[in-house]
Ligand binder design. Structure first.
Ligand code: PLP
Length: 374
């Protein structure tokens, strides 16, 4: 069976975990958390980062930091993971879903301004498959209307927009290290703070609303309750796992890109059959988070999934449109989002992980080509 995902272990994970345990500082912000923070700040030039227990937590921190209140509006794509918007719903926001672009699942930039009202507070671009949204345009619109931008960069580690790392452009950004992402810690995430105004408060929110981080740095002589917050920081054991991964980021990325390129070469002829392959705008790089196809119809996709399953290949689809979800459909404006619905019905993700062999990628591609040539 070729599974859809297999977490890749670099080999150092358990060694670093043992070391973290023997340091006897296994709660948050220990040695490995600091190493990870330094790595991400140095490697990607992020102004300030804070590891969290998930990308979901990082997004929830963002919503608290931006003081989202009942009635505030947030503009987001409907074709995304629940957490992107759920974090803002928790603070009482109304989500204004806009459609995906025609040529890739990222939000359609042309629809943002029309969705802005006096209540709009935030634009939430999601870099789907690690491929950048047009951030210059988004930042321009945000600045014109005095809005904040939070990048959902869950899938976007080591990916770039016009040479700038994704996650470094919006006021805030959230990454995921869930075991399905490029670098992993089982569950895990990171908040990036690019706007200094939020740096101090982010630490407090992450530490249950206390100024404990400042206390540990010796900046205050006692710590106490100074704001709202929660426990968003991971144990140093999780950071130890993650550190083994970041040390191997280049190796991991190189292999994932090789796999991605084989798929792309082998499957590019399918465009003649109406099937769409990932589209990379000129301003974006590819971090090989995902390889996907957009089939012609839901029926075609269902048949292709069964064909692959017959050959013991596990391919999956995802993102049921959020505007049609049981939780949100009665709250949605009624706007029809045809591209979102199309991706939701027709997008198929192919197996993609470090240890996938070239021969397996070729085999999967062959089965798919045979399906379309039959
Ligand atoms: C994976 C993912 C998340 C959630 O990440 P967690 O770390 O599991 O909370 C959020 N948004 C997008 C786009 C994702 O792909």
């Amino acid at each position: 069976m070729i599974t859809f995902n297999k977490p890749y272990l670099t080999g150092k994970e358990t060694e670093y975990i043992k070391d973290a345990v023997s340091n006897l500082k296994i709660s948050g912000d220990g040695v490995y958390t600091k190493k990870c923070h330094k790595y991400f700040e140095d490697t990607f030039g992020f102004k300030k980062v804070l590891l969290t227990t998930s990308c979901t937590d990082a997004l929830e921190m963002a919503a608290i930091l931006l003081d989202i209140k009942e009635g505030d509006e947030v503009i987001a794509p409907s074709y995304t993971f629940v957490s992107t918007v759920n974090a803002f719903m928790l603070r009482g926001a109304k989500i204004v879903f806009i459609d995906s672009a025609n040529d890739n699942p990222n939000m359609d930039i042309e629809l943002i301004e029309k969705a802005i009202t006096p209540k709009t507070k935030v634009i939430l671009p999601v870099h789907y498959a690690g491929i950048a949204c047009d951030m210059d345009r988004i930042m321009e619109i945000a600045s014109k209307h005095n809005l904040f931008v939070v990048e959902d960069a869950a899938q976007a580690i080591d990916s770039y927009y016009k040479g700038k790392p994704l996650g470094s452009i919006g006021h805030l950004a959230a990454f995921s290290f869930h075991e399905t992402k490029n670098i992993i810690s089982g569950e895990g995430g990171m908040l990036v703070i690019n706007d200094d105004r939020f740096a101090k408060r982010a630490e407090i929110i992450r530490e249950k609303g206390t100024n404990r981080s400042a206390f540990f740095r010796g900046e205050v002589d006692k710590y106490g309750w100074v704001d709202i917050g929660s426990s968003f920081l991971p144990s140093d054991i999780i950071a130890a796992f993650l550190y083994a991964q970041v040390e191997n980021l280049e190796v991991i990325q190189k292999r994932r890109k090789e796999i991605w390129n084989i798929y792309n070469t082998k499957l590019s002829k399918l465009t003649a059959k109406g099937v769409r392959i990932p589209f990379l705008p000129d301003f974006a790089t590819n971090n090989a988070h995902m390889y996907y196809l957009v089939c012609n119809s839901i029926d075609e996709r269902t048949k292709l999934i069964s064909k692959l399953k017959e050959k013991e290949i596990h391919a999956v689809f995802h993102y049921l449109s959020l505007h049609n979800s049981p939780f949100y459909k009665d709250k949605h404006s009624g706007n029809i989002l045809p591209n979102t619905d199309h991706y939701s019905d027709c997008l198929l993700r192919l197996p993609m992980y470090f240890e996938l062999k070239n021969s397996e990628v070729e085999y999967i591609s062959e089965i798919i080509n045979d399906f379309y040539n039959a």
